[in-house]
Design a protein around this ligand. Structure first.
Ligand SMILES: Cc1ncc(C[n+]2csc(CCOP(=O)(O)OP(=O)(O)O)c2C)c(N)n1
Ligand SMILES: [Mg+2]
Length: 832
């Protein structure tokens, strides 16, 4: 309804003396603090106001304050420390509301409701996750877009889950209703065998015309079922678009996240995303959040979904205003949309709009909610539709005729749906994707990754110098001196130097680099030192930003202590900045499993589901070094299980130069595929894994390192990662001339030809032995054995590994040593 009367307060408190401004302020302040608790927010009246002792007063000031703060808008903003923010919000709420284009709002409500009605009538028994009960989302987003257009926005990056998504595709992303109906017809199943996605997860793009005639591009982000997983991805995508634009980017690209109430309160990934809001590495100048709050999640009610009164209150941990609004006071909804949008542009902060309505049907339309919420659904059944309520409230008389016309239009669109071929709802991939390809790997995608010696020398010079008056830490000074020697060829290059050279060479060539992860500026293992700190002033100096005059940015950020949130963000960033080498580093590889949903649902399946590419790199420290169950394994086995159709690359470079070429290859090829790199820990500076300068100026990434030391082997040991160095050392110790050692540097796509060649080099070899540090139920064993059998011909294929185990590694360093020794003994039997 357009303007609700506030229920009279039943307070028995005596009216306080009300004279002077101070008294007015005192009364108003109480309502500013607590008014939302007594506000009239639930259209069905189940959410009862909670009387607050500080509001038990009467009188002119109290009446006025109650009308403002306990009406159909309930604002929580007094937790914001900045008085300017609070004052501004106060002024907006206490000032006169601006006019609402009620005809436009009614039109959207009617369209939204009738769209669902036609779906219901034509496709009974299919899921659509109707918006009915919170259709005022449409006028709300309309108002947000109207405001955004005035601020010069050119694109809305829009993340939302299932609820009302089909409706948003048509009424926000402006796809033709026919296109959505065609999804229900499912006319072209052959085109998506084994791939594609359900209709309420697909992304969509379109153009929105605002009230003032501004055009805003809408990008509805493709979304998995995993609630809230799309949040960091949406924000990362927005940031990439903003970074590409440079100055004014945050005005032009506006992120909007629409959440369910259950998911908003319950999902950690959302909390992680919210925590990114004001951190320079991740900020987007404010994200708008709308909770489509039906006060239920599937069959579970609010009291079971969150400890706070409102789901939205999770946001109170930050300086974020929350506007609860009764979804049936459409004018109030529009007003809140306007205030929230202006707040975002004025204060560059996140805002939450809690749009409180109900859910007209079951969780999906094949679900019967009367089993779990009989009384609620009795009330809903009897409750009129919002467009009817609103038309009556605001006195628009031809509403029914307009509704009939809209329904006829939709029915005609539905009739045509069966005949149109299902086309992607996302039509216009941005031009910056023109140069990149996905699909299957082809060898012609390979590029030169070596660097001329002069170039390496010149880059080293830049990487190891700093301003003359810079007070450098003595340990870092020594490290830079060593790197200088490496660059001159006086010392083998370690991983830290290899990485710095790879990054430096890329930014010099105009390819931006963005790396974020926990403690990654210094490096968890004290290996990176990408940011030099003056020990007297703490001023920063980043050599990678001083590689050449016209270089691209090299941005290396310490991340928040998050995996899902940060990985999701960086995945999103890679989606809209394919020219950038985007990397995320886990502190230890194990921790990547906290981000498993992002890995499963976006990184490895995004191309198959949505045809969307990414060149994201994940750096996962891995290796058995006696540090215990949680610092040993990055779970190679899990990544291998996810591999199919060349959906991503899984590599474990065993020395510094391999890492160097791998990073450069990833950035320089036009084949955009996610890359998982199992990176070393103790081997980061180990001489055995360091590489001579010549290998940087020649060579390229080798998927397999064949044996170059033995000429006629009878056995071939095959492995990946750090153990190759231990096997080589053991062979040397034993003076064994008959065992070849082959390192598999790329596990996926599987380098079958290269391995065939590496085996074929030793015609007298009778057995191929896969050696791994991981227990038998982990590592690459399951994956490589059938493949090795295929290429080993009539040779026996055997394996050496730790016993199968529930936990990845022992907690005892000594037990680790015993186990490791046993592996080596088993790898070299009968040799003393
Ligand atoms: C991470 C995750 N857990 C569980 C589910 C299953 N699930 C789908 S919708 C839903 C309820 C969502 O409630 P809410 O967030 O309030 O959204 P609503 O459907 O009410 O709009 C659940 C539990 C899911 N999709 N994702
Ligand atoms: Mg809900």
């Amino acid at each position: 309804m357009a303007s609700r009367q506030t229920k009279p307060s039943n307070s028995t408190a005596t009216a306080l003396a009300e004279n002077g401004n101070g008294e007015r302020e005192r009364v108003f302040d109480a309502f500013r603090h607590w008014g939302y608790l007594e506000a009239d927010l639930d259209p069905l009246g189940f959410l009862q106001p909670v009387p607050h002792p500080d509001l038990q007063m009467q009188g002119e000031y109290a009446d006025e304050a109650r009308r403002i703060y306990c009406g159909t808008i309930g604002a929580e903003f007094m937790h914001i420390p900045d008085p300017a923010c609070r004052r501004w919000i106060q002024e907006q709420l206490e000032g006169p509301p601006s006019a609402v284009d009620q005809q436009r709002a009614l039109d959207l409500l009617t369209r939204g409701e009738l769209f669902e009605l036609v779906l219901q009538q034509r496709y009974l028994g299919t899921k659509r996750f109707s918006l009915e009960g919170v259709t005022s989302l449409l006028p709300l987003v309309d108002e947000i877009l109207n405001g955004a257009g005035r601020h010069g926005a050119i694109e809305l990056v829009f993340g939302m889950s299932h609820r009302g998504r089909l409706n948003a595709m048509v009424h926000v992303a402006k796809r033709m209703p026919e296109e959505v109906f065609a999804g229900f017809e499912d006319v072209d199943p052959r085109s998506v065998l084994g791939g594609g996605d359900v209709k309420y997860h697909m992304g969509a793009t379109g153009e929105y015309l605002t009230r003032d005639g501004a055009k805003i591009h809408i990008h509805l982000v493709s979304n998995p079922s995993h609630l809230e997983a799309v949040d960091p991805v949406t924000v990362g995508r927005t940031r990439a678009k903003q970074d590409r634009t440079g100055e004014g980017g945050s005005e032009k690209f506006l992120p909007l996240l629409v959440h369910g109430d259950g998911a908003f309160a319950g999902q950690g990934v959302f909390a992680e995303t919210l925590n990114l809001a004001d951190i320079p590495a991740y900020s987007v100048g404010g994200t708008l959040h709308v909770i489509v709050n039906n006060l239920i999640g599937f069959t579970t009610v609010s009291q079971e979904l969150h400890s706070s009164r409102f789901a939205a209150q999770l946001a109170r941990r930050q300086s974020i205003p929350i506007f609860h609004v009764n979804a049936e006071d459409v004018d109030a909804v529009v007003r809140v949309g306007r205030i929230a949008l202006e707040y975002r542009y004025k204060f560059r902060g996140d805002v939450v709009i809690d749009l409180i309505g109900y859910r007209r049907h079951g969780h999906s339309e094949v679900d019967d909610p009367t089993i779990t919420q009989p009384l609620l659904y009795k009330a809903i059944h009897e409750h009129p539709r919002l467009w009817v309520i609103y038309a009556e409230d605001v006195g628009i008389e031809d509403a029914q005729q307009r509704a009939d016309a809209i329904q006829a239009e939709l029915e005609s669109a539905q009739k045509h749906a069966g005949h149109i071929r299902k086309k992607p709802l996302m039509r216009d991939l941005p031009r910056y994707w023109d140069h990149y390809i996905g699909g299957r790997y082809k060898s012609q995608y390979e590029v030169e990754t070596a660097l001329p010696a002069e170039e390496t020398l010149a880059l080293t010079e830049r990487l190891t110098s700093y301003p003359p008056d810079f007070h450098i830490h003595p340990k870092v000074k020594k490290l830079l001196e060593q790197r200088a020697e490496m660059g001159r060829g006086a010392r083998a290059l370690d991983y830290g130097m290899a990485e710095a050279l790879a990054f430096a060479s890329l930014v010099k060539a105009g390819i931006p680099v963005r790396l974020s992860g926990q403690d990654c500026r210094r490096g968890t293992f004290n290996q990176r030192h990408s940011v030099l700190l003056d020990i007297e002033t703490e001023q920063e100096y980043v050599p990678l930003q001083h590689v050449s005059e016209a270089q691209a940015h090299c941005r290396i950020y310490n991340s928040t202590l998050s995996e899902a949130g940060v990985l999701g963000f960086e995945y999103g960033y890679s989606r809209d900045y394919p020219e950038t080498l985007v990397l995320w580093e886990a502190q230890f590889g194990d921790f990547a499993n906290v981000a498993q949903a992002v890995i499963d649902q976006f990184v490895v399946a995004g191309e198959a589901k949505w045809n969307l590419l990414s060149g994201l790199v994940m750096l996962l420290p891995h290796g058995y070094e006696g540090q215990g169950p949680e610092h040993s394994s990055a779970r190679i086995e899990r990544f291998l299980q996810l591999a199919a159709m060349d959906n991503f690359q899984i590599c474990q470079p065993s020395n510094a130069v391999q890492y160097f070429h791998l990073l450069r290859r990833q950035a320089l090829r036009h084949w955009r595929k996610p890359l998982v790199v199992f990176t070393p820990k103790s081997m980061l500076r180990h001489p055995d894994a360091s590489s001579p300068i010549e290998d940087f100026t020649h060579q390229r990434f080798l998927t397999v390192l064949p044996d170059a030391e033995v000429s006629d082997a009878t056995r071939i040991l095959m492995c990946t990662g750090k153990i190759v160095h231990e096997l080589r050392a053991e062979r040397k110790k034993k003076n064994d001339q008959s065992t070849a050692i082959v390192a598999v540097e790329q596990l996926y796509p599987f380098p079958e030809k290269e391995l065939e060649a590496a085996i074929g080099q030793f015609p007298s070899a009778r057995e191929v032995v896969w050696v791994q540090e991981e227990p038998a139920n982990m590592g690459a064993l399951f994956y490589v054995l059938p493949r090795l059998r295929r290429i080993a011909g009539d040779r026996a294929v055997l394996s050496v590994k730790r016993s199968a185990s529930a936990s990845p590694a022992t907690g005892s360093a000594k037990a680790h040593e015993v186990e490791q020794k046993t592996l080596l003994t088993l790898a070299f039997p009968n040799k003393n």
